[in-house]
Design a protein around this ligand. Structure first.
Ligand SMILES: *Cc1c(COP(=O)(O)O)cnc(C)c1O
Length: 379
């Protein structure tokens, strides 16, 4: 089955008792048993819930994964993956990582004895030097946030395999429509479902998918044992949102390109970071591993100051100044003071994250209105 058909049908069947075409919200914490241990596959809603099961099967299908598990947030999904490791295990990750992931790694898991290295993975030779006999996991995010660097998933996977480590890809920015890490050899794919998959900025949720039954068993054990599960109402909302993922993504990509080209030609703009440009340093890899370039982009102003960026952001009317991304509505943010404020300025600047950098999540409105809004704010 192709992507759009799977988005609408995978994991979903008319309700066996009523014929309801849409998966009901099974708002129940527990399920009746005929005799102790004899039940219809559901005992207690932390362990299994039919609305969640339908969504997990759907998202697994979209990532070409055999197994999938949903969590109460993207970070809860990441947390479950880290809980499969033991003190002394080492993790190699990217140097421009989602801020919340960086915080979870360094502020929570370092104190439990996990060791992290953050390196520039667009340069594969740096990766070679980072492996040690204790490396268990390589964590990548591509495109990266907010610099829109692209990491070659197949190359990283190959190197990780040689060193006996598994590769996890945070696929949030691309969405399963544009990039499928499992097909590129990754062991685990992770999503902040909050973003493109849900698509309407009304749910916080996470997902972990894999083809490896042993990994899935561990993740499933932690899902139940730690209990960071999403409720059935949220699962219903995501089932509803995901049905249009392919249609939304096409429009996000189209609008993203229009906005990127407009900004690139604007006098007040210094640099535009969007992997669809021929002169983007990782354009060839993006073309190889992604179906299209997505709706996320960042740009820096010629007058590189926080106050200039703030004045542009304050003038925007169609773009909403807010954290997050991937919804139908366009959002703008200032990474240096918002999502990436916890990263020291020196470290930020080294990666190109300047004081005037503005990140856009280009929505699916009419692109003429988005461009007019930016034109007005920049002038
Ligand atoms: C938002 C985000 C997360 C965290 O997900 P939550 O649902 O907010 O917990 C992780 N990775 C990326 C790339 C994100 O954008």
């Amino acid at each position: 089955m192709k992507f759009g058909t799977k988005a609408i049908h995978a994991g979903q069947h008319p309700d066996p008792t009523t014929g309801a075409v849409m998966t009901p919200i099974y708002q129940t914490s527990t399920f009746a048993q005929e005799s102790p241990g004899k039940h219809k596959g559901f005992e207690y809603a932390r362990t299994q819930n039919p609305t969640r099961s339908a969504l997990e099967a759907n998202l697994a299908a979209l990532e070409n994964a055999k197994f999938g598990r949903c969590f109460g947030s993207g970070l809860a999904a990441t947390d479950s993956i880290l809980k499969t490791l033991k003190p002394g295990d080492e993790i190699i990750s990217t140097n421009d990582l989602y801020g919340g992931t960086f915080r979870l790694f360094t502020k929570v898991y370092e104190q439990y004895g996990l060791k992290f290295q953050f390196i520039n993975m667009t340069d594969a030779s740096m990766l070679t030097e980072a492996f040690t006999p204790n490396t268990r996991l390589v964590w990548i995010e591509t495109p990266t946030n907010p610099m829109m660097n692209i990491i070659d998933i197949e190359t990283v996977v190959k190197m990780a395999k040689q060193h006996g480590a598994i590769t996890v890809v945070d696929n949030t920015f691309a969405s399963p429509y544009l990039q499928n890490p499992i097909d590129l050899g990754a062991d685990v794919v992770m999503h902040s479902v909050t973003k493109y998959i849900s698509g309407h900025s009304d749910v916080v949720m996470g997902f972990v998918g894999t083809n490896n039954p042993a990994i899935d068993e561990q993740i499933g054990f932690i899902q139940n044992a730690s209990g960071a599960v999403p409720g059935p109402q949220d699962c219903f909302l995501v089932l509803r949102g995901v049905k249009t993922l392919h249609v939304r993504m096409d429009r996000h990509c189209y609008n993203g390109e229009q906005v990127a080209r407009f900004l690139k030609s604007h006098d007040a703009v210094d640099k535009v970071y969007w992997p669809g440009f021929d002169d983007h340093p990782n354009h060839a890899i993006a073309k190889k591993q992604m179906k299209n370039f997505g709706g996320m982009l960042s740009f820096a102003l010629k007058e590189d100051s926080q106050s200039k960026a703030f004045s542009v952001l304050e003038k925007l009317k169609v773009f909403t100044l807010a954290e997050s991304l991937g919804g139908v509505e366009s959002l703008a943010g200032h990474p240096a003071s918002m999502t990436h404020a916890s990263i020291p300025r020196e470290q930020r600047l080294a990666g190109g994250l300047t004081d005037s950098l503005i990140r856009l999540s280009v929505g699916i409105e009419d692109h003429e209105d988005l461009i007019a809004d930016l034109h007005e704010a920049l002038s």
